[in-house]
Design a protein around this ligand. Structure first.
Ligand SMILES: [Zn+2]
Length: 473
C-alpha cells in the first residue's frame, strides 16, 4: 500500500478507533494495551518509511505530534489516554447526576456529590487527574479544575453543564507544552516547526487523495515525511561529500539541499517544478501567462549572463503581475551562521522566506514598474511554507478565476483556493524530492570517481615502488 494511503488510514481510521476505547475504559485497565498499540503504529510507520530499527526517539516524537504542531498526526493513545478518559467522565457528569438523583431523593446535591466521590469510578477519575497534572501539564490549562474535590473540583465544574471541546482544549494544551519544551532546546527544530505549521504547508499530508495532481508518489512521500520528522533523506550516501562535508553529522543530513558542489542543477530542477505548477494553476484560473524556465547549469558565468526576467508573467482582468519563484531551506548552515532563525518560542515568523521575498522585490520591482505591472514573489521553503506574498498571489488568482465566471459561488471559490493550496503544497514536496534525488546521485557519483582515482593512484604508487625495488637489486 502506498505510504500516503497508509498514513491516512492510520491517522483517520485505526487510531480513532482506539480513541473511543481510551475514552470509555479507565486508564488503569487500558494503558498497557494502548502502549502496545502505539508501538505497533510506530513500527508500521517505520517500515513504510524504510527507516532502520529501532526508531530514533526524536523521529517517533515527530510522527506522533499532531499535523497542526508540525508532526504527522499518528497520535499516541497512551500519551493522552488519561485526558480522553477524564474528558469523557466530565462530559457524562450531568447524566450521572440525573441518574443518581431519583435513588438519593430527597437528599441534597452535597450528599449526591459525596456518594459519587466515594465510588470506584471517582477513583479512576482521581488517578487520571493526577496523571494529567504530572505528565500532561494540565494544571495550567483553561477549564481544568484547580482541585479535584470541593466547590471548584470535578463535581462542581462538570455536574451541571457539559464543557464543549474539553478534550480538544486539554490535548492541544498538552501538545503546545510538548512542542515548546522541544523547541526551547533546539532552534533548528523550531524553524522547521514554524515552517511545517504555517498556512497550507501541510496540505500535501492531509489533502483528498482522490483528486488528480494532489498526492505524491511513494518515493517522494517517503522523502517528504522523513524530512518533516527530521530523519535522514537517504541511507546510502557516502560518509564524506566531495565538498568535504561529513555527511554522518546530524546537521548535514539535509546536505543534498545546500551542497556547494552539486546544488546548482538540483535547485533549478526544484524551482522549475514549482514554477510550472504555479503557471498551470494560473491558466486554470483563466489568466494569460508566459513562463520562462531556467536551464539547469553548473556555470556561474551562464547564470550571471541571464537576462533580468522574472519566471512568470500573469495577465488578468484586474492587473498584470510579474511572478518570480524561489524555494529555500530555512536551516541551511549559511542561514544558521547568520542567525536567520526564530528569536523565541513565540516567534512564528518565516525569517528565511521573508528575506527571500525582500531580495526578489528589490531585484524586480523597477522592471515591473517599467512594464506597468506589479511584482509578486512566490517564495516557499522545502517544508512547504509559503511567504505572505505567495498567499496574496493565490488570493488574486482565485479572485481572477471568480471574475472570469469559472466559480459559481463562495463555496466554489473556497474549494478552488484550497485545491490550489493542495496542488502547490504537493508540488513543493515533489520538487524538493526531485532536487534532492538529483543532488544525491551526483554526490554518490563523485564519491565513486574519487575512490577510482584514489585506487588508481595507490596502484600506480605500488607499481613504481615495486619497479624501484627491482632496479635496486
Ligand atoms: Zn557536498
Amino acid at each position: 500500500m502506498p505510504v500516503i494511503h497508509a498514513t491516512h488510514m492510520l491517522r483517520s481510521s485505526a487510531i480513532p478507533t482506539m480513541h473511543y476505547l481510551s475514552r470509555v475504559v479507565p486508564s488503569s485497565t487500558a494503558q498497557n494495551g494502548l502502549s502496545t498499540f502505539d508501538k505497533r503504529v510506530l513500527d508500521t510507520a517505520r517500515r513504510k518509511l524504510n527507516l532502520p530499527a529501532p526508531l530514533d526517539a526524536s523521529h517517533s516524537r515527530m510522527l506522533q505530534l499532531p499535523v497542526r504542531s508540525g508532526g504527522v498526526g499518528l497520535t499516541s493513545r497512551a500519551e493522552i489516554g488519561n485526558i480522553a478518559f477524564y474528558s469523557c467522565a466530565a462530559a457524562s457528569m450531568p447524566f450521572i447526576k440525573r441518574t443518581l438523583q431519583p435513588f438519593e431523593a430527597p437528599d441534597t446535591d452535597d450528599v449526591i456529590q459525596q456518594r459519587f466521590e466515594h465510588g470506584q469510578h471517582f477513583r479512576e477519575i482521581e488517578s487520571a487527574h493526577k496523571h494529567m497534572i504530572d505528565n500532561n501539564n494540565s494544571s495550567s490549562a483553561v477549564s481544568f479544575p484547580p482541585s479535584l474535590r470541593g466547590i471548584a473540583g470535578f463535581w462542581g465544574a462538570f455536574n451541571t453543564n457539559t464543557k464543549e471541546k474539553l478534550q480538544h482544549g486539554l490535548t492541544q494544551h498538552h501538545y503546545s507544552s510538548v512542542i515548546r519544551t522541544l523547541c526551547d532546546r533546539d532552534k533548528l527544530l523550531q524553524a522547521r516547526v514554524v515552517s511545517c505549521t504555517s498556512r497550507g504547508a501541510s496540505s500535501w499530508l492531509t489533502t483528498n487523495l482522490n483528486k488528480c495532481g494532489q498526492h505524491l508518489s511513494n518515493d517522494h512521500c517517503i522523502m517528504a515525511i522523513r524530512q518533516r520528522i527530521g530523519a535522514p533523506l537517504f541511507q546510502d550516501l557516502p560518509h564524506t561529500c566531495s565538498c568535504g562535508a561529513n555527511l554522518d553529522q546530524p546537521n548535514q543530513q539535509d546536505h543534498v539541499h545546500w551542497c556547494p558542489k552539486v546544488k546548482a542543477p538540483a535547485v533549478t530542477l526544484r524551482h522549475n517544478h514549482v514554477a510550472a505548477t504555479l503557471n498551470s494553476i494560473a491558466k486554470l484560473a483563466g489568466l494569460t501567462t508566459r513562463i520562462e524556465f531556467t536551464q539547469p547549469t553548473f556555470s556561474a558565468v551562464l547564470n550571471r549572463m541571464r537576462k533580468l526576467r522574472p519566471d512568470i508573467l500573469m495577465i488578468g482582468g484586474s492587473a498584470t503581475n510579474f511572478v518570480d519563484v524561489a524555494v529555500c531551506h530555512p536551516t541551511t548552515p549559511s542561514r544558521v551562521r547568520l542567525g536567520i532563525l526564530p528569536r523565541d518560542h513565540n516567534d512564528k515568523t518565516l525569517h528565511a522566506i521573508n528575506r527571500l521575498e525582500q531580495l526578489k522585490t528589490t531585484k524586480y520591482s523597477t522592471l515591473a514598474t517599467q512594464y506597468n505591472a506589479n511584482f509578486i514573489p512566490f517564495a516557499c521553503d522545502v517544508f512547504g511554507a509559503m511567504g505572505p506574498q505567495a498567499h496574496v498571489l493565490i488570493q488574486w488568482i482565485s479572485k481572477e478565476a471568480s471574475s472570469a465566471g469559472l466559480l459559481s459561488d463562495s463555496a466554489d471559490f473556497r474549494r478552488f483556493r484550497s485545491t490550489t493550496y493542495a496542488r502547490l503544497s504537493v508540488a513543493i514536496q515533489r520538487a524538493t524530492a526531485i532536487g534532492a534525488v538529483d543532488a544525491a546521485r551526483r554526490i554518490r557519483d563523485s564519491a565513486t570517481a574519487v575512490s577510482i582515482i584514489r585506487d588508481g593512484i595507490a596502484a600506480a604508487a605500488a607499481a613504481t615502488a615495486a619497479a624501484a625495488t627491482a632496479a635496486a637489486r
